[in-house]
Ligand binder design. Structure first.
Ligand code: FES
Length: 282
């Protein structure tokens, strides 16, 4: 078992950088565009949305957990990608902020995270002055020496190729609970981050990963970095907090498990799905 704080090392940082940055900067300038967005007296910006998530494989959860696209800064800090924000005009003439872009050719928007009350968090509002740096929340024994709230670096996961915690197989990936879209006041979004050698295999379509749809792999290529993948840590059933390698429950040992009603999610079979996003508060 290798659940201990990884020593500093000179592990090579490959500079994948902001994959898909061209797509990120290619947001259409459409201030004059009329937007048919779902509205209600409580909020704006909900409606049907297609997203890429880690697949729900068992239990009552209706769908997968939405992936949080990642990038790495020059010093190895991990950030979640928030879509570009623009103001659009609704049919009734009022303006609304939307956050949407393309990542790896796939439409990505803040709607991906609008369920289970997350849509009311300040950081989930498109124009929020929020920090995209992933910050340590903890949750795993190996992470105890890391300071809560400090930026997460890929170097924190130096022994991810061997790490284990006595649940499932060693070497399948090293998880960490993090916060994203941190704001001055109010709760940030909770995200689970995983560094795993399986990530680059998924992107390359190696072995059984060749079954992943091409557009999903293209998205993963742009939304993962340095073998890291992340998803919103909010069960799509009744909103509990699941965890990777958190239980010996049959079938969940090497997956993401929600202890509330035994839903299981597989981070290694991302899928495209649809749901109806709830309106935001702004
Ligand atoms: S399985 Fe019910 S909340 Fe997760």
């Amino acid at each position: 078992m290798s659940d201990k704080y990884p020593p500093e090392s000179g592990r090579r940082r490959f500079v994948k950088g902001v994959v898909g940055s061209s797509a990120l900067s290619a947001v259409a300038a459409s201030s004059g565009m009329v937007l048919n967005t779902a509205t209600s007296t409580q909020g704006v910006g909900g409606g049907s949305v297609e997203y890429v998530g880690i697949r729900n494989t068992d239990g009552p959860a209706p769908r997968g957990l939405p992936i949080v696209p990642l990038r790495t800064t020059d010093d190895g800090t991990l950030e979640g990608v928030w879509p570009e924000v623009e103001t659009k005009t609704r049919r009734d003439g009022t303006e609304v902020k939307v956050a949407e872009t393309e990542i790896g050719g796939f439409p990505y928007s803040s709607k991906w995270f609008q369920y289970c009350g997350v849509q009311t968090l300040p950081g989930a509002q498109p124009g929020a002055d929020a920090d995209n740096t992933l910050r340590v929340k903890g949750g795993y024994q190996w992470a105890r020496p890391l300071e809560t709230g400090s930026p997460v670096s890929v170097d924190d996961f130096d022994n991810y190729e061997e790490w284990g915690n006595g649940v499932g197989d060693d070497g399948i990936g090293m998880p960490l609970n993090v916060t994203w879209r941190n704001v001055e006041e109010g709760r940030a979004l909770s995200v689970e981050l995983l560094r795993s050698t399986e990530v680059s295999k998924m992107v390359a379509g190696e072995g059984e990963y060749g079954n992943l749809p091409g557009d999903v792999r293209e998205f993963l290529d742009a939304a993962t970095t340095e073998d890291c993948i992340a998803w919103l840590d909010k069960c799509t059933h009744f909103c509990c907090t699941p965890g990777f390698k958190s239980s010996d429950y049959p079938g969940a040992e090497n997956a993401v498990y929600c202890q509330c009603h035994q839903s299981i999610y597989d981070p290694f079979t991302p899928v495209k799905q649809q749901f109806v996003a709830l309106p935001r508060v702004d």
